[in-house]
Design a protein around this ligand. Structure first.
Ligand SMILES: Cc1cc2nc3c(=O)[nH]c(=O)nc-3n(C[C@H](O)[C@H](O)[C@H](O)COP(=O)(O)O)c2cc1C
Length: 383
């Protein structure tokens, strides 16, 4: 059991029943995806990064941030993630999230999408540590006595010694300011989603700060290359982090949480590789679609679910054909037809090895992931 929130600050304390969570994933981690993940044992979910201005301006941005029953509170805690450039604005955004009922607030200093109008935000703030620290301080002052505040970081802006120092400044200040934790993605911002993350960095971080962090009730999480349930435990073992972020590995595979929970309960490694059967997959695809349709309307859900279907297809024994069928989906009728054709008859899911490793997704899709992430955050690439 992990606890966020220090008794000294007097903020709400948030308990997390297992050492992993569903990461913020722009364009994916909406209420529909979170509900499916929770039903499969995910103990904590993060929203996609929300721009502070979208919340402050009200309208659609604010509406999208509103919470649903069963998606917040002690049994299903939710972290609202914020991104912004100005300390006052991001603090105002944090207050709005707390007012809406979010259990925790996370500040995104990790998104690699380019800055807009010469103002840094997301991961670009890692290159200007004073600005990053001002933002963390401002959010802490605004809501730190109410809810736990955390930060999402990358291991540095790039591989220069200057940027390594900047990371250290920000990380140490985050602890000093009384934040409740940090999740560190082991790639640099310059790396975007290209290549593997640098695991030894996380080990080094824990060796350097682990004991001190514990004494300050500061939870340290790791992110990067968690493609399946076994990878969660591999990261815990290799790095000693308190908590593991499951990101691309849970898109189209909510069973990753169920497998991890079963392994924790039984200690049986076979649990980590249990593949859901076809009718189990069909039930989840339908449930996800219905939740998405209730949230966005059927037309939008039809489009949204294509990208999920493509990821789900990895667990089907005829994955390539199923993937092509989902690529062609535009309407609800297409979606139903694809499900009837490919998920109509029960049978075993794809052997686990076939879906692993997912370097193909992680490697080739680097630029695609960054674009998807930026598009979903509503950010142009214009500087
Ligand atoms: C399409 C996409 C959208 C993402 N959106 C967010 C986001 O909104 N907030 C965030 O903290 N991280 C975001 N991330 C980063 C992931 O949470 C995670 O740190 C990263 O993908 C590394 O983990 P992985 O290699 O296991 O996927 C996004 C990643 C992708 C691929």
């Amino acid at each position: 059991m992990l606890i966020f929130g220090s008794p000294a600050l007097g903020s709400r304390r948030v308990s997390v029943a297992a050492p992993f969570f569903q990461a913020g994933l722009a364009g994916y981690s909406d209420y529909a995806m979170r509900a499916v993940a929770r039903r499969h044992g995910c103990p904590l979910c993060v929203t996609e990064a929300m721009l502070d201005q979208f919340l402050i301006n009200g309208g659609k941005g604010l509406d999208a941030a509103r919470l649903h029953a069963g998606d917040h509170g002690a049994a299903a805690p939710i972290v609202g993630q914020l991104m912004g450039s100005h300390p006052k604005e991001i603090a105002a955004g944090a207050k709005i999230l707390v007012g809406l009922g979010y259990d925790m607030v996370d500040v995104n200093l990790a998104c690699p999408v380019k800055k807009i109008k010469k103002k840094a935000r997301g991961g670009h703030l890692l290159s200007v540590p004073e600005e990053a620290v001002e933002i963390l301080d401002s959010v802490m002052q605004a809501v730190g006595s109410l809810v736990p505040v955390t930060v999402k970081l990358r291991r540095a802006y790039d591989d220069t010694p200057e940027m390594a120092r900047a990371f250290t400044v920000i990380f140490e200040k985050a602890m000093g300011l009384g934040l409740s934790g940090a999740v560190v993605h082991s790639r640099t911002v310059a790396q975007k989603y290209r290549g593997a993350g640098h695991r030894p960095f996380l080990r080094q971080l824990m060796d350097t700060y682990g004991a001190h962090a514990k004494s300050r009730h500061f939870v340290i999480g790791g992110s990067g290359d968690v493609w399946c349930a076994a990878d969660i435990f591999k990261m815990l073992d290799e790095t000693g982090v308190d908590l593991v972020s499951v990101a691309r590995g849970c898109i189209g595979n909510p069973w990753v949480f169920e497998q991890a929970r079963a392994f924790m309960r039984t200690g049986d490694p076979a649990e980590l590789a249990k593949v859901p059967g076809i009718s189990q997959q069909r039930a989840v695809l339908l449930e996800h679609f219905e939740l998405s349709a209730a949230l966005h309307g059927e037309a939008v859900a039809g489009r949204e679910m294509r990208k999920f279907g493509i990821r789900f297809s990895r667990l089907h024994p005829r994955g390539d054909e199923v993937k092509n069928a989902f690529i062609r989906v535009h309407t609800l009728a297409d979606w139903r037809a694809a499900l009837d054709l490919w998920y109509g008859a029960d049978g075993p899911g794809a052997p686990y090895e076939k879906t692993l490793p997912l370097e193909a997704f992680g490697g080739q899709a680097s630029e695609e992931c960054a674009d998807e992430c930026g598009e979903a955050c509503g950010m142009a690439e214009a500087v």
